[in-house]
Write a protein that binds this ligand. Structure first.
Ligand SMILES: C[C@](O)(CO)[C@H](O)COP(=O)(O)OP(=O)(O)OC[C@H]1O[C@@H](n2ccc(N)nc2=O)[C@H](O)[C@@H]1O
Ligand SMILES: Nc1ncnc2c1ncn2[C@@H]1O[C@H](COP(=O)(O)OP(=O)(O)OP(=O)(O)O)[C@@H](O)[C@H]1O
Length: 288
């Protein structure tokens, strides 16, 4: 069995610029990977079939699964005769704004490129991944990046300042399409992407905290008041900054001092089942 790691992402910024003619939105986002990952096992089969095994009851184990779709796309595009059994160990919360499914698809592309000996570049895998979902291209590279277009155009950035990340996910799943659908771009918050890039390049933690922002946040906060409650509590318990990731509902807090991490974690665990205290991964090397 060949194992690949599929880490979650958070959006340090997510600016929605305008709606396009194809129904998608033009975005500018700064994404970074965090140390919470699914694990994907790949076993080559000679009968040419693709099979997916998942123990998580919230995740489909058929052609609806993004990891399955990744395998099928790669097999069809490059006329691969071999098949694969994909074992999915899910640790990233589902429908959470953490790109769990997209990261599984990306890791499957990377892993199959290896076990099927295709010799494709990451750029080629990222281009292919964009056909599965807007977040897949970023997940193929991992690390930290500016993502533009509908999210599929990736420019690598250095690692953000090192810190702890507290993730808290309320017990609701959010549909990305619904959140984009309910967005009023004029009224939304528009983070300063350039300033965030400066904060990252200058390794300035305080500037990073001041500059986080997400155009989709106010939509999800309006639809699900419990997300606002988690934000307030996380701030109150002492996070340096707090923001919703992607289309939500997961909220992340950035924390510089380890001494505060336990207090925030324990405080949130009092009323939220899914809380994680992890580190930013930040650079691409950690995916190898
Ligand atoms: C919210 C984010 O997770 C931020 O990283 C992404 O923008 C969403 O990425 P994703 O889940 O991979 O999204 P996709 O599967 O490509 O699209 C789901 C739906 O979200 C909406 N969508 C997505 C991306 C985008 N730039 N504009 C959109 O309007 C579309 O209605 C689309 O049908
Ligand atoms: N491998 C997978 N892992 C999780 N969900 C999957 C997977 N494949 C398909 N899905 C489906 O996709 C939906 C969205 O799940 P996912 O966890 O990827 O959302 P997300 O974290 O909000 O992603 P994003 O941040 O990219 O919008 C789920 O409701 C699930 O049915």
């Amino acid at each position: 069995m060949y194992y690949v790691k599929a880490p979650a992402k958070i959006n340090l910024t997510l600016d929605v610029l305008h709606k396009r003619n194809d129904g998608f939105h033009e975005v500018e986002m700064i994404m970074t990977t965090v140390d919470l990952a699914d694990r994907i096992g790949l076993e080559v089969r000679e009968d040419g079939k693709i099979e997916l095994l998942s123990l998580d009851r919230f995740v489909p184990n058929d052609a609806r699964n993004l990891a399955y779709q990744a395998a099928k796309l790669l097999k069809d595009t490059y006329r691969v005769t071999e098949g694969v059994t994909i074992t999915l160990e899910k640790n990233i919360p589902v429908a959470a704004g953490l790109a769990g499914g997209s990261s599984d698809a990306a890791a499957t592309l990377r892993g199959l490129n290896h076990v099927w000996k295709l010799g494709l570049s990451l750029d080629t895998l990222a281009e292919l991944g964009a056909k599965i979902g807007s977040d897949v291209s970023f997940c193929v590279y991992g690390g930290t990046a500016l993502a533009t277009g509908r999210g599929e155009k990736i420019e690598e950035l250095p690692s953000p300042p090192a810190c702890w990340v507290i993730l808290a996910k309320p017990t609701i799943g959010v549909s990305t399409a619904d959140v984009y659908g309910a967005l009023d771009i004029e009224k939304a918050d528009h983070p300063n992407t350039k300033l965030m890039i400066q904060a990252i390049r200058e390794n300035d933690f305080d500037l990073m905290c001041e500059t986080v922002g997400n155009s989709l946040e106010s939509v999800t906060l309006r639809l699900y008041p419990e997300v606002a409650h988690i934000k307030e509590q996380m701030m109150k318990f002492g996070a340096d900054t707090v923001l919703m990731s992607g289309s939500g509902p997961t909220v992340f807090g950035l924390v510089q001092h380890e001494s505060r991490v336990n207090r925030i974690y324990n405080g949130l665990r009092g009323f939220c089942d899914e809380v994680y205290a992890i580190r930013l991964l930040g650079d691409r090397e950690t995916l190898a």
